[in-house]
Design a protein around this ligand. Structure first.
Ligand code: NZQ
Ligand code: ZN
Length: 384
């Protein structure tokens, strides 16, 4: 197992009726910026519950954070934080609103010229406004991690940053708020959860049997539970279980001491930045291509996934890999996710532009850092 350092200070408050707890959890006397998205919280009663819980606090609101939150929008909130002396940020919404809030928290205290440098140049985050969230969509795990992914449409970029200073102080997870999600978004969240586990598991083995079994447990539970949300969309327990799986898939427990890949995410982000495909769907499109391309490097682990999770009993390695890729695609299809590059508008020109941009940054993706522009073209040519 590799060396690791582990710290996760996020207080999770989980269950029905937990939004009311906000009033005890935010420090008294805080000046609060309440950040939200395009308005779903006003339709499903979450806005009213949060406002009721914030009674007595001095609150400023900032709505309109988009899916795949945009830098230019978030910078407007940064100005509000600075001008209004905001001391606490409360994100109310999905992963985009929360990621946007993390960026606002760090950018408001950034002392350099342009906070975009935090994303593009890895500029240090030395301070941040404390933040917390009411998370309304099970997918990203952002509620229990210190990561954020921010987009800049002017330059077709979508980049991530992480800092311990943007761990939420607390996260309220009330699964009842997910009943208003379109099933398409639930499907996206299941695909995202699945691929989060995969990118910490289908890597190169470092002899970490506990982490392997933890990842497999999560995947087995997800494969059991996900279909139920379509047949029993009103079942609270299914919603609660899926939410806790999404949270655990990217809260740092699975990746301690193991090799991590993230190539599917990195390429998926580039596709989203160019053609706007939903995050979860971008992953379902790219993952089979990554596996077909990295067959030699990842073959043993793909076959292990097939054997232990998809119950594929096939002694021949090549056949086991093929069967596991097919089973994974079938799982995505069972969620209603089956569009092709053509349907998402991913053309050869777009693929070339992505490859050139990645090369111009001088980065390589994957657990072996062996995926650059040339390999991205090969991978996307291996996707449907
Ligand atoms: O904007 P509103 O009106 O709130 O509507 C949202 C949005 O249209 C809606 N929604 C959210 N909760 C709802 C709801 N509608 C009805 N009822 C509810 N309870 O759902 C739509 C999608 O929301 P969004 O926040 O964009 O989805 P998600 O949570 O999947 O977040 C995606 C973003 O997170 C990033 C992605 O790249 C993408 O930008 N990720 C963040 C990660 C992290 N911080 O660790 C890791 C992930 O791999 C991912 O990259
Ligand atoms: Zn993801």
């Amino acid at each position: 197992m590799n060396n690791f350092e582990y710290c996760n200070p996020v207080r999770i408050v989980f269950g029905k009726g937990t939004i009311a707890r906000i009033s005890d959890l935010i420090p008294q006397g805080s000046k609060v910026l309440m950040v939200y998205g395009g308005g779903s919280i006003k339709k499903n009663g979450v806005y009213d519950q949060v406002k009721a819980a914030l009674k007595g606090f001095d609150v400023v609101e900032f709505g309109g954070v988009e899916p795949n939150p945009q830098y230019s929008t978030l910078m407007k909130a940064v100005t509000i934080v600075q001008e209004e002396n905001v001391t606490f940020i409360l994100s109310v919404g999905g992963g985009s609103t929360l990621d946007g809030s993390k960026f606002i928290a760090a950018a408001a205290k950034y002392e350099g010229d342009d906070p975009w440098d935090i994303l593009e140049k890895g500029a240090a985050v030395n301070d941040a406004v404390p933040l917390a969230d009411v998370i309304t969509l099970p997918a990203t795990g952002s509620e229990m991690n210190c990561l954020a992914v921010i987009s800049k449409k002017e330059t077709t970029e979508k980049l991530a940053f992480g800092s311990p200073l943007v761990f939420p102080k607390f996260s309220i997870i009330d699964p009842t708020v997910t009943f208003t999600l379109p099933l398409r978004q639930i499907a996206n969240g299941v695909a995202d959860t699945f691929v989060h586990v995969i990118e910490q598991y289908v890597t190169h083995s470092v002899n970490s049997p506990l982490q392997d079994r933890q990842a497999e447990a999560l995947l087995l539970a997800l494969l059991d539970e996900a279909p139920k949300v379509f047949t029993a969309p009103d079942d609270y327990d299914v919603r609660a279980n899926l939410f806790w799986m999404a949270t655990q898939a990217l809260n740092g427990w699975l990746n301690v001491g193991v090799a991590q890949c993230w190539a599917t995410h990195n390429i998926g982000h580039e596709l989203t930045a160019r053609v706007g495909v939903d995050h979860g769907r971008s992953l379902a499109l790219v993952l089979p291509g990554v596996w077909r391309h990295q067959r030699k490097e990842k073959g043993e682990r793909i076959a292990q996934l097939g054997r232990r999770v998809f119950q594929i009993d096939e002694p021949n390695l090549d056949k086991a890999i093929d069967a596991t890729i097919a089973a994974t695609i079938m799982f995505f299809q069972s969620l209603g996710i089956n569009a092709t590059k053509k349907e998402y508008g991913v053309t050869d020109e777009i693929i070339k532009a992505i490859a050139d941009l990645v090369d111009s940054r001088g980065v390589k993706f994957g657990d072996r850092k062996n995926i650059g522009g040339k390999e991205i073209i090969e991978i996307l040519n291996l996707c449907d």
